[in-house]
Design a protein around this ligand. Structure first.
Ligand code: NAP
Length: 282
């Protein structure tokens, strides 16, 4: 079975559009901030904006000069933080080396932090009081829900331990109500293939093209491919789709799997942010 991220993304976006259509007088504004001119980031931001605009949100992009100082960056973020008309903010990462990402993120108010990257939102997730959580692992959870994947008591393996994907994915799968038994793997994990073969649910967030082959898969497992690598033959996920789809119960394609749902979750988070700011009725 192909787990169709485009379809699930569209369903989420249609719900958002319908909800916003009930409040034509409310303008929900989301602002993306990038530093320097990175072509890959520009493509990604463009996609975020088209999707947000089509769903009835009001996106705006601020591109700051690549040689901006830390103080200037923080002042810009603070301006947006104080602007009542800005409901969601996202700082495109990575930043140029001379800038301190953590200090910049700390200036985003947690209730406007639509990619769940601030200390407060990470801490809330850890404590079982989640509000705004990182969009990519949230997207995987939306796919799991959409395909009625059984999670309670199931074994899940997440490959990757970053703060933006792997660790929040671990917390979302392990939380009460979802109730998977989760192991996080990384580059020092021994016998990764054997560990992955124990998984009913496998999430791969490495960034190593087609590394996950059939020897990593338990027959019938549900496989979610988060990794994205640019290769000479185009965008490639971590999962060797053709080989894995013969043995898995379901697998996300790349492209068309986790990516579109990540973007839909960014919009979902923007609505939640607006709601937390009392700008949109629940
Ligand atoms: P990251 O910070 O580079 O983390 C990669 C993780 O993979 C690290 O924990 C690393 O282990 C682990 N790893 C690397 N090589 C490994 C190996 N051979 N075996 C096992 N684990 C290995 O990257 P990220 O920000 O989490 O992103 C992960 C991937 O997802 C990237 O390809 C990124 O482009 C993609 N991504 C996709 C979406 C989407 O919407 N689909 C969104 C965000 C990111 P160590 O910690 O030991 O180094």
């Amino acid at each position: 079975m192909i787990i169709d991220g485009k379809k699930v993304s569209q369903e989420i976006r249609e719900k958002i559009k319908a909800r916003l259509a009930q409040h034509p007088d409310i303008n929900i504004r989301l602002v993306t901030i990038s530093v320097g001119d990175d072509p890959a980031s520009r493509v990604y931001v463009g996609m975020q904006h088209r999707t947000a605009g089509a769903a009835g949100l009001h996106p705006e992009h601020i591109e700051l000069a690549g040689d901006i100082s830390q103080q200037q960056l923080e002042e810009k973020i603070e301006q947006l933080a104080q602007d009542d008309k800005t409901h969601g903010m996202i700082l495109q990462l990575p930043l140029p080396d001379h800038l301190d990402k953590d200090a910049a993120l700390a200036k985003i108010p947690p209730i406007k932090d639509i990619d769940g990257q601030t200390d407060v939102n990470m801490g809330r997730l850890l404590q079982g009081r989640k509000q705004l959580v990182p969009c990519t692992p949230l997207g995987v959870m939306r796919l799991i829900e959409a395909y009625n994947v059984e999670t309670s008591g199931k074994t899940a393996v997440v490959v990757g331990r970053s703060a933006v994907v792997g660790l929040p994915q671990f917390l979302l799968l392990a939380e009460k109500g979802v109730d998977a038994t989760v192991t996080v793997a990384h580059s020092r994990t021994r016998d990764l293939a054997g560990l992955c073969r124990s998984a009913d649910i496998l999430v791969s967030a490495i960034g190593s093209p087609a590394m996950i082959t059939e020897e990593y898969i338990k027959p019938g497992a549900m496989v979610f491919d988060v990794g994205v690598s640019e290769t000479p033959s185009g965008i490639q996920g971590d999962v060797d789709f053709d080989a894995v789809s013969k043995i898995a119960g379901g697998v996300t394609p790349m492209p068309g799997g986790t990516g579109p749902v990540t973007v839909a979750c960014l919009l979902e988070n923007t609505l939640l942010a607006a709601q937390l700011q009392n700008a949109l009725p629940a």
